[in-house]
Ligand binder design. Structure first.
Ligand code: AMP
Ligand code: MG
Length: 407
C-alpha cells in the first residue's frame, strides 16, 4: 500500500492546467488568468483632482495668512466627467470636483473645507504646496507595465482592475468538467422516505457542493445501484463529457464493490488503489487518456476527505492555480490521541486561539468514518503520523486548516 505523499505525487504527475479560453470579463470570477496583463496607457490617464475643492495657481495667492487672506474670483465649476479643456485666468480659481481634469495653469487644489466662499469669491488663508491634491498622470503605472501575472486568481478586485484597464474579454484556464456517481443499493435521495436498511445519500449533495465552492457545476450527478452493468453504463456515459469522474462507494473489498472491475473493463488504467491513510484507505485513482477517475470510499467522511486532500488540489491545478496548497501549522493538543500504527490519520479537530495567542486543538466528537458530524463540526485536520500510536495531551501536533468555502 502506498503512503499519502506517494499518492499525492502520482496524482500530481497526471495533472496539468487545462487549455486557455477567452471569456467575457463578467464571467471570469474564480477563474485563473492565463495571460500576463500589461497597461496600454499610463494609469491614471490624466491629471485629476484628488478632492472636492478649488483649483489655483499658487503664484496668485501671495502668501495668504489668517490675518491677510487672499480672495480669488470663481471662473467656473468643473464637474467630474467634463471633457472640455479649461484654462485658469490670472487671479481666478475654479471650483473642481474629485476626479475632474486639472485645467491648464493650475498647480494645486485647495480642499473645500479649508476655504470660505462668499458670492462667487473664495477666500484662502493658507498657501498650498505646488502639486497638492493632484493625482498625477501615470503615477500608479506607466504604459507597458506588468499589472497582473498569468496564474493570478480572478477575485473581485482583480476583476475591477481588469475593467479599469478596458479588458472586455480575458484569457483564463478552462475549468475541469466533473461528474459524480455515487453507488449503493441502500441509498435514497435526501428528500425521500427511508426504511430500515436504507440511508439518505449525503455523498452526492456534499461532493456537488464541494465542487460548487470551486465554481464548478458538475456535468452529471447520479445515484447508481450496486450492479456492474449499471455502474459501467454510468461511467461510460459520463466519461465522454468529463475531465474527471468521481465515484463514491463500492471501491473496497466487499462482494458488491464493483467500481474497480468496471473501471478496468472500460480500459481505465489503475494508477493506485489503497493509500495508508485513515479515513480513506480504499481510494482508487485511474486514468484513461487525459481523463482522471477518482473512486472514493462511500463512508461520508472518507468521501469528503478524499475530495479535500486529493481531488481539490487536482482541480485547482487544472484550473491553473499551481501555487495553492493547504495551510499546515502547529498547535498544542489538548487531549490524548490513540490509534494503531500503520496509517497516517487525519483526526477531525477544532483549532482555537486562546486569549494569550496560543493555538490549541481538540478532536471533535464522532471520529468514525461514517460520522459526518465529526467532520461538519471540525475546522481542521490533526495529522497523526503513520508510525505513531499515541500522542499525549500537551504535545505539539501538525494541524491542517480546512477551508471548504473558497477563499
Ligand atoms: P462502501 O464504500 O460502498 O462500502 O460504503 C461504505 C459505507 O458508506 C456504507 O455504510 C454505506 O452505506 C455508506 N455510504 C455509501 N455511499 C453513501 C452515500 N452516498 N451517502 C451516505 N453514506 C454512504
Ligand atoms: Mg456500497
Amino acid at each position: 500500500m502506498i503512503n499519502y505523499h506517494e499518492a499525492q505525487k502520482l496524482i500530481e504527475e497526471q495533472t496539468k492546467p487545462l487549455i486557455a479560453i477567452k471569456l467575457p470579463l463578467m464571467e471570469t470570477l474564480g477563474y485563473t488568468l492565463a495571460e500576463n496583463i500589461f497597461t496600454k496607457h499610463p494609469i491614471p490617464m490624466f491629471n485629476s483632482s484628488a478632492v472636492d475643492g478649488f483649483a489655483v495657481n499658487v503664484n496668485d495667492l501671495h502668501l495668504p495668512s489668517s490675518k491677510n487672506p487672499v480672495s480669488l474670483k470663481v471662473q467656473a465649476v468643473i464637474q467630474t466627467g467634463d471633457t472640455r479643456k479649461h484654462s485658469l485666468k490670472k487671479n481666478h480659481t475654479f471650483g473642481i470636483m474629485t476626479g475632474a481634469v486639472i485645467p491648464r495653469n493650475v498647480d494645486a487644489i485647495v480642499m473645500k473645507e479649508d476655504v470660505a466662499e462668499i458670492d462667487g469669491t473664495v477666500i484662502f488663508k493658507t498657501l498650498p504646496k505646488v502639486g497638492i491634491n493632484i493625482r498625477g498622470r501615470g503615477r500608479e503605472l506607466s504604459k507597458g507595465d506588468l499589472v497582473l501575472s498569468s496564474g493570478t486568481i480572478i477575485t473581485p478586485p482583480v476583476l475591477g482592475l481588469l475593467a479599469s484597464l478596458g479588458h472586455a474579454t480575458v484569457k483564463v484556464y478552462r475549468k475541469p468538467k466533473v461528474s459524480v456517481i455515487v453507488t449503493g443499493n441502500e441509498l435514497k435521495k435526501f428528500s425521500e422516505r427511508v426504511k430500515i436498511g436504507q440511508i439518505r445519500d449525503s455523498n452526492l449533495p456534499s461532493l456537488l457542493a464541494a465542487l460548487q465552492s470551486l465554481g464548478i457545476q458538475a456535468e452529471y450527478g447520479m445515484i447508481v445501484k450496486d450492479q456492474k452493468s449499471k455502474i459501467k453504463k454510468a461511467i461510460h456515459k459520463t466519461l465522454r463529457k468529463s475531465d474527471i469522474i468521481i465515484t463514491a462507494g463500492g471501491v473496497s473489498v466487499g462482494d458488491y464493490d464493483f467500481v474497480k472491475d468496471v473501471c478496468s473493463s472500460l480500459g481505465i488504467k489503475t494508477v493506485f488503489w489503497r493509500v495508508a491513510i485513515k479515513p480513506g484507505k480504499p481510494l482508487f485513482f485511474g486514468t484513461k487518456c487525459k481523463k482522471l477517475i477518482f473512486g472514493v470510499p462511500g463512508n461520508p467522511v472518507a468521501a469528503l476527505l478524499s475530495f479535500y486532500l486529493f481531488i481539490k488540489p487536482t482541480l485547482l491545478r487544472m484550473m491553473g492555480q499551481t501555487e495553492k496548497q493547504n495551510i499546515i501549522q502547529t498547535a498544542v493538543l489538548e487531549s490524548d490521541l490513540k490509534k494503531r500504527a500503520g496509517r497516517l490519520e487525519f483526526v477531525r479537530g477544532i483549532l482555537i486561539k486562546k486569549p494569550d495567542g496560543k493555538l490549541v486543538v481538540n478532536p471533535t466528537k464522532g471520529q468514525d468514518s461514517h460520522m459526518i458530524g465529526g467532520l461538519a463540526n471540525a475546522n481542521c485536520l490533526i495529522h497523526f503520523p503513520k508510525e505513531e500510536n499515541f500522542i499525549s495531551k500537551g504535545s505539539i501536533v501538525k494541524v491542517e486548516l480546512m477551508n471548504w468555502v473558497e477563499q
